[in-house]
Design a protein around this ligand. Structure first.
Ligand code: ZN
Length: 235
């Protein structure tokens, strides 16, 4: 046994790594989420569904080519803890690991075919300073690792918006208007390109819409597709 393996098994006895979903200790060959929870994960399979629920959500607002999301979550179900771990508990690398896996699973659906760049939803710098990282960048990196498509930070958050949690769809859209802007140096490079906007979750779609609108407004002849790690299952 190598020293490194010895140390890691000693560490797992002292401080066992736990599954992000069911909180049971992970086997040495499991990473972040146990095999059972990965198998039981409520996948959306949106990539295989024509005019799926996420595409319906966007219809008539900003033109998008296609939309996909990896799994469904509900605020009270154990799979929501993946999103909390990624966003608030300093585990963005789990997000990168999951989107790498998700995009590998989705390769046969051709969802990523023709995408020229992956654009993470940006975080306002005050939030970035307190959290220390932007989870969407990690999610974008995971897809990039599988597909070889580059990550381009084409958007910036120019205004901090207040929390969206207790707002309805219309209020959310108003609240988020003017939040995102195009990073000027990317305007010309991205003309005519097909961009994939990536975020952690989709609920009402207002954040993704605002990002798509900012790209459509600032880049000539751009095509937009959307991907999120999770999709809220609304009551
Ligand atoms: Zn588990």
């Amino acid at each position: 046994m190598k020293i490194k393996d010895l140390l890691s098994s000693a560490a797992s006895v002292l401080m066992p790594r736990l599954c992000s979903v069911c909180s049971k200790p992970l086997d040495s060959d499991e990473k972040y989420i146990c095999r059972k929870c990965m198998m039981d994960m409520p996948r959306t399979h949106y990539e295989d569904i024509e005019f799926n629920a996420m595409e319906q959500l966007m219809a008539g607002k900003v033109p998008v080519e296609r939309c996909a999301s990896y799994f469904f979550y509900h605020k009270n179900d154990p799979y929501a803890s993946i999103l909390h771990d990624i966003k608030y508990r300093n585990m963005p690398t789990m997000g990168r690991w999951l989107t790498e896996r998700a995009s590998r699973e989705m390769l046969s659906s051709h969802f990523f075919d023709g995408i020229d760049a992956i654009v993470p939803v940006p975080l306002h710098y005050t939030k970035l300073a307190s959290r220390g990282y932007n989870q969407s960048e990690y999610l974008a990196q995971g897809i990039s690792k599988t597909t070889g498509v580059p990550v381009v930070k084409a958007l910036k958050a120019v205004r901090e918006h207040s929390t969206q949690t207790h707002k309805d769809a219309a209020e959310r859209l108003l609240n988020i208007e003017g939040t995102f802007a195009l990073s000027k140096r990317h305007c010309k490079d991205l003309a005519g390109k097909h961009l994939l906007i990536v975020d952690d979750v989709v609920t009402t779609g207002s954040t993704l819409l605002a990002c798509a609108q900012a790209l459509k407004d600032g880049v000539h002849n751009v095509k937009i597709s959307l991907f999120t790690l999770a999709a809220a299952q609304l009551e």
